[in-house]
Ligand binder design. Structure first.
Ligand code: GLP
Length: 250
């Protein structure tokens, strides 16, 4: 993992701005080369400022998204597509509604897919990624237990897109975002570890003090299923975007 880089910024604002700049450069150069770019995008608090920057950059004509193919990284299961907490809606609110993505280039994990269709559905999602030539770029956040996407501790390195159980730790974190406590899903759909690792470039964001312990484990610790983010060390092109707080234990 010689090419893996750690970028440390004063705060999440500076880090998000720089990540946006780097993504724009990457996306534009990939589109110039092959006509389109495939990207996997996360949700959560970490990428909020990144998406703001991307929207501003679009408005300033620094980037267009009409030739960008989007795969969403993870999604609650089951959850109604019209509910506020659905990750699909998050992506619309923070990014898609404000820029020029083409509808046919948007691939969401279907939070309403029938249980009996799930296995086939997850396989077909993997196939779609392969059909478009794989992911050029995968952007990630990290859970305080080391999850990436919804690959919770215990996830295998060879895991693919699938349904997973949400850990108790993640459940607690998520409950803060849900309006109705009864409606919090216990399961989720996620790109697998292998799916994420198959991306040519990976960018992981972590901001704030509450991420400092897991960032230390993920970057300095050994590769273990107990900290799924540690699997990124097997990849040769990961850049970690950290602020002073999240990097304070490195
Ligand atoms: C969530 C999602 C992840 C996300 C992570 C961190 O539960 N499953 O995709 O990256 O946890 O979230 P946040 O950025 O809000 O800290």
């Amino acid at each position: 993992s010689k090419m893996n880089k750690i970028n440390i910024y004063k705060n999440s604002y500076d880090g998000s701005k720089d990540l946006a700049k780097i993504l724009i450069k990457q996306i534009n150069s990939i589109i110039l080369k092959k006509g389109y770019c495939t990207i996997g995008l996360p949700t959560g608090n970490s990428p909020v400022k990144l998406y703001e920057e991307l929207v501003n950059s679009y408005k300033n004509n620094l980037i267009q998204f009409k030739n960008v193919i989007l795969f969403n990284l993870d999604e609650f299961y089951p959850i109604r597509k019209d509910s506020k907490e659905c990750y699909r809606n998050y992506l619309y609110d923070h990014l898609l509604d404000h820029v020029d993505f083409t509808d046919k280039n948007l691939y969401f994990l279907d939070s309403e897919i029938k249980e009996e269709e799930l296995a086939n559905y997850c396989d077909s999602f993997e196939k779609k990624i392969i059909e478009v030539g794989g992911l050029d770029i995968q952007v990630l956040g990290i859970g305080i237990n080391g999850h990436i996407g919804f690959n919770e501790p215990g996830s295998k390195i060879e895991s693919k897109t699938r349904k997973v159980k949400i850990s108790n730790e993640s459940y607690k974190t998520i409950s803060k975002d849900f309006k109705e406590i009864n409606n919090i899903p216990r399961e989720a759909l996620t790109l697998g570890i292998e799916t994420i690792l198959s991306s040519y470039k990976i960018y992981l964001m972590a901001w704030g003090n509450n991420k400092s312990s897991i960032i230390k484990k993920a970057i300095k610790g050994k590769i273990t299923s107990l900290c799924p983010a540690s699997y990124l060390k097997t990849h040769n092109d990961v850049t970690y975007f950290l602020d002073e707080m999240s990097s304070s234990k490195l």
